[in-house]
Design a protein around this ligand. Structure first.
Ligand code: DGL
Length: 277
């Protein structure tokens, strides 16, 4: 049995494309829908209630487009909204993203792990629970990468101001002696070459993109919901915010992208300010 319906994927912006490319590599037959909520980016500095409301709006849109599963390609939105999304649509497979604390604590040789993530992720109960489960016996040093997402959204991956900001964020991790650094935001995965250069070859970088793709495959396979392997999957992109800016980054990060469509205005509104003007 196969299921031709698409998989819905979303993030606060273009960061989740780092997860989308892993899903594409593992599941070439699947049709993929991607929503970049760039009009509300960065999620990392916003209240959890707003992120949860935005996530519900976007998931509702993706399901309306026929999505058979939802991938929250965003650590911050997973922390703020995974529980709410699963409660709203209990019959839909929902796959989230969490900072790779577990593999990092297993991999560190010196017993010092760095985690670079958004403020929203680092301050979440979900992250506290991760540390509680896997952080014992290891020194976990965290740093919020404030400002990085804004630059990445504008298509900057190695500009002088990005380098200097990144150097500031990496300094405490380096000074603490971290030999393993978790890229705990899907946007930061696009900075991997620069981060590797700045931290040097003795520091290992860990992210969860491939593990998330495996999880998508597993969840769909166990429900007989994978697409027919003989077909070729396609991608479709939507975004909120300034489409010219999104198009620019999308073209850099997804060569051959067929274009991006504006999310309908009703999906783009700030749900909290609409309810509480
Ligand atoms: N890419 C997202 C994450 O993984 C969120 C970045 C943001 O909007 O702050 O956390």
């Amino acid at each position: 049995m196969s299921d031709p319906r698409p998989i819905g994927v979303f993030d606060s912006g273009v960061g989740g494309l780092s997860v989308l490319r892993e899903i594409r590599a593992l599941l070439p037959a699947e049709d993929l829908l991607y929503c970049a909520d760039s009009g509300h980016s960065p999620y990392g500095e916003k209240p959890q209630a707003l992120i949860a409301a935005r996530s519900l709006e976007i998931c509702d849109f993706l399901l309306g487009q026929g999505a058979k599963a939802l991938v929250i390609a965003c650590n911050t939105a997973t922390a703020a909204a995974a529980g709410t999304i699963r409660a709203r649509w209990p019959q839909v497979p929902v796959i989230g993203v969490e900072p790779a604390v577990k593999p990092a604590t297993a991999a560190t040789r010196k017993g010092v792990v760095g985690v670079l993530a958004t403020t929203g992720t680092l301050e979440s109960a979900r992250f506290a629970a991760l540390l509680d489960r896997f952080g014992h016996g290891v020194d976990v040093v965290t740093r919020s990468g404030t400002g990085l997402v804004d630059l990445i959204e504008q298509g900057e991956f190695d500009s002088p101001r990005l380098r200097s900001l990144l150097q500031q964020h990496l300094a405490p991790l380096r000074e603490a002696g971290a030999d393993t650094v978790v890229l705990g935001c899907t946007h930061y995965i696009f900075l991997r070459p620069l981060i590797a250069e700045l931290l040097g070859p003795e520091v290992s970088l860990i992210d969860t993109g491939a593990a998330v793709a495996n999880q998508v495959q597993r969840k769909l396979a166990e429900r007989a919901m994978l697409a027919d392997e003989s077909k070729t999957g396609h991608e479709q992109f939507w975004a909120s915010g300034n489409l010219d800016v999104v198009r620019h980054s999308l073209n850099l990060l997804w060569p051959g992208c067929s274009g991006v469509t504006a999310l309908p205005p009703s999906v783009c509104m700030n749900p909290l300010s609409e309810r509480n003007p």
